[in-house]
Ligand binder design. Structure first.
Ligand code: BV8
Ligand code: ZN
Length: 259
């Protein structure tokens, strides 16, 4: 940790790359491990355009459940430590998150790039309008729906007309989230690329580094000879490429490293 502290003290442009593990201690299940299931589905079975086209009612129940869950959760000490680092005006801090829960912003982080979109934004399938939406529930028909238990009583499909609709053109809305098989927005990729190319220190917090292209980012920084510190409960497929690996719950290890 002392070698890290030396480098951390001198760093001027820090990138924080975060995944589901940074929100685990806030009570939001990660994709791996037991939390990665909703009813009998794995997240990636539902986080796809094909799944949405086949059964928009089921996919909206899944996202409604996750929106309502996040409304009851708070950022933890790891989010807060990252936000207060940014608040120290003598350095440039950029958060590049794979998470869609908005907890970095709730902790006070301003410079946040949401690689995979947000639970609290919708996009219209007809006119393409992207809008912030924190309505709870997002539409009356979803009230009380989305129970996560595998044996949740399967109820009738919600008719498409009663799913979230666009206020502008009444088209069907989808979550403004990057699903598996979908490209990340070019502007988001460009913004992230710029921060990664300029950083002189990169922290990788709570990610299994298995989903691309996000999984390539920190290794690319390490290839430039820039120090990368990984904060995780266990080694990952990328650990061997990084200068530092701090094992343990990031709610403890991150505040310790950044103080
Ligand atoms: C793309 C939003 C170009 C959704 C997400 C076949 C067809 C199509 C594509 C592919 C294919 N094969 C491979 C691909 C590429 C695919 C991919 O990488 N698949 C993986 C599964 C191999 N990628 C894509 O599809 C991407 N797009 O490639 O476009 C393209 C286009 C067409 C065809 C080919 C290529 C889009 C990927 C984005 C998908 N959307 N999220 C939603 O949330 O509903 S991904 C989602 O999963 C997350 O955003 C995140 O990125 C990923 C999960 O990773 P983590 O965040 O790391 O979470 P995880 O649970 O895995 O790990 C948690 C970690 O935390 C663990 O290491 C754990 O140890 C640690 N931890 C836990 N608790 C703590 C902790 N650490 C510290 N403290 C703790 N307390
Ligand atoms: Zn519309």
């Amino acid at each position: 940790m002392s070698a890290f502290k030396e480098i951390f003290k001198a760093a001027k442009r820090i990138v924080i790359l975060s995944g589901a593990g940074i929100s685990a201690e806030s009570g939001i299940p990660t994709f791996r491990g037991s939390g990665g299931f909703w009813r009998t589905y794995r997240s990636q079975d539902l986080a796809s355009y094909g799944a949405f086209r086949r059964d928009p009612s089921l996919v909206w129940e899944f996202y409604h459940y996750r929106r309502e869950l996040v409304f009851t959760k708070k950022p933890n000490a790891a989010h807060q430590a990252v936000a207060s680092l940014e608040a120290q005006c003598n350095r440039q801090v950029t958060v590049i998150t794979q998470n869609v829960d908005g907890l970095h912003q709730s902790a006070g982080s301003k410079n946040v790039i949401e690689l995979h979109g947000s639970l609290f934004k919708t996009r219209c399938l007809s006119c393409g309008e992207i809008k912030e939406n924190k309505d709870s529930p997002i539409c009356p028909a979803l009230e009380g729906r989305g129970a996560p238990e595998a044996d949740a009583p399967s109820r009738d499909c919600i008719p498409e007309a009663l799913l979230p609709r666009c206020k502008k053109c009444s088209g069907l809305l989808r979550p403004h989230i990057v699903w598996f098989g979908e490209n990340l927005e070019t502007s988001v990729l460009a913004q992230a690329g710029e921060a990664l190319d300029e950083c002189d220190l990169c922290l990788v917090i709570g990610t299994s580094s298995v989903v691309y292209p996000a999984a390539m980012f920190a290794p690319q920084v390490a290839e430039r000879g820039v120090p990368v510190a990984e904060f995780n409960m266990e080694p990952t497929p990328a650990t061997h490429q990084f200068m530092f690996h701090f094992e343990g719950p990031c709610g403890t290890t991150v505040p310790e490293a950044l103080k």
